[in-house]
Ligand binder design. Structure first.
Ligand code: IPD
Ligand code: CA
Ligand code: CA
Length: 260
């Protein structure tokens, strides 16, 4: 398989799609809700997913696509080459803030991560990797992560998970927040994962992500030595929803004790 050629196409398409998103910030959007008032979808989420499907099917007719908005294939297995696509990760930010959103692509072959590409079109930052060949932010290599400790760490966690809930232990999380140097919440899982890869964050804790949220970022962060698992320390299954803990070495082991 020509992974370099596939990655070049994916980068070209993601940049094109990013330009469409930036242009759309100047015009009014069609905004609808899905499962709840905080679960937003716009005409652009749909347009961008359809844009990728047209490009991929036209160039790689045997590849399959799992996209958040459901225009791709109905997958029951992960055989062959599969593209996981989130056309806009951080739709709430896209609508309300007009920043802090990204397009996320993860390309897997027989369930193994091969290419991860995430594009923040407002910052014009393209994070990418072909597994085994290093990770990049634009054309600059992202250095391997060293080890860290929570006392010197900034960890992303959404404040909702610090209130009483069924996924994370409130008392443990309170103790963790007191021990950390700081917390942040960006509302865009793909960016929060690549921020761990680039060292802007030391960890990210989130109880419920879909494959298209973590599929691209997981390949990038692992390429630089970051660790990404579910809250029990199991590898992520790219076809299933999951809790996600991602961090640099050292911080990961400490965080696992708080979320497990
Ligand atoms: C959401 C964002 C958010 C995360 C949610 C995701 P969407 O993706 O990544 O940060 O907390 O779990 O669903 O809906 O904007 O693509
Ligand atoms: Ca998402
Ligand atoms: Ca989305």
């Amino acid at each position: 398989m020509q992974w370099n050629e596939i990655a070049d196409h994916a980068k070209q398409w993601i940049k094109e799609a990013g330009s469409l998103l930036v242009a759309s910030l100047q015009v009014s959007l069609v905004i609808e809700t899905k499962s709840s008032a905080s679960d937003l979808v716009t005409n652009m989420d749909r347009q961008i997913e359809q844009f990728f499907i047209e490009k991929i099917q036209g160039t790689y007719p045997h590849h399959r696509i799992l996209g958040e908005e459901g225009y791709g294939d109905k997958l029951t297995s992960f055989e062959g080459t599969v593209w996981l696509i989130d056309p806009i990760d951080g739709t709430m930010n896209f609508v309300h803030q007009k920043r802090n959103f990204a397009i996320s692509i993860g390309i897997y072959h027989d369930g193994i991560g091969k290419i991860g590409i995430i594009y923040d079109p407002v910052q014009d930052e393209l994070y990418s990797t072909i597994a085994g060949e290093g990770a990049y932010c634009n054309d600059i290599a992202i250095p391997k992560l060293g080890t860290g400790i929570v006392e010197e760490g900034i960890v992303a966690v959404n404040a909702i998970w610090l209130t009483e809930n069924s996924m994370l232990n409130c008392e443990k999380m309170t103790a963790l927040v007191r021990r950390l140097r700081g917390t942040r919440s960006y509302g865009c899982a793909a960016l929060e994962i690549v921020y761990v890869a680039t060292g802007r964050l030391d960890g990210y804790i989130t109880p419920r992500l879909s494959p298209w949220d973590f599929g691209g970022g997981a390949i990038i962060v692992q390429e630089v030595g970051g660790i990404i698992t579910d809250f029990k320390g199991n590898s992520l299954n790219p076809i299933e929803k999951s809790s996600v803990l991602v961090a640099k070495p050292g911080v990961y082991e400490q965080l696992l004790e708080y979320v497990n």
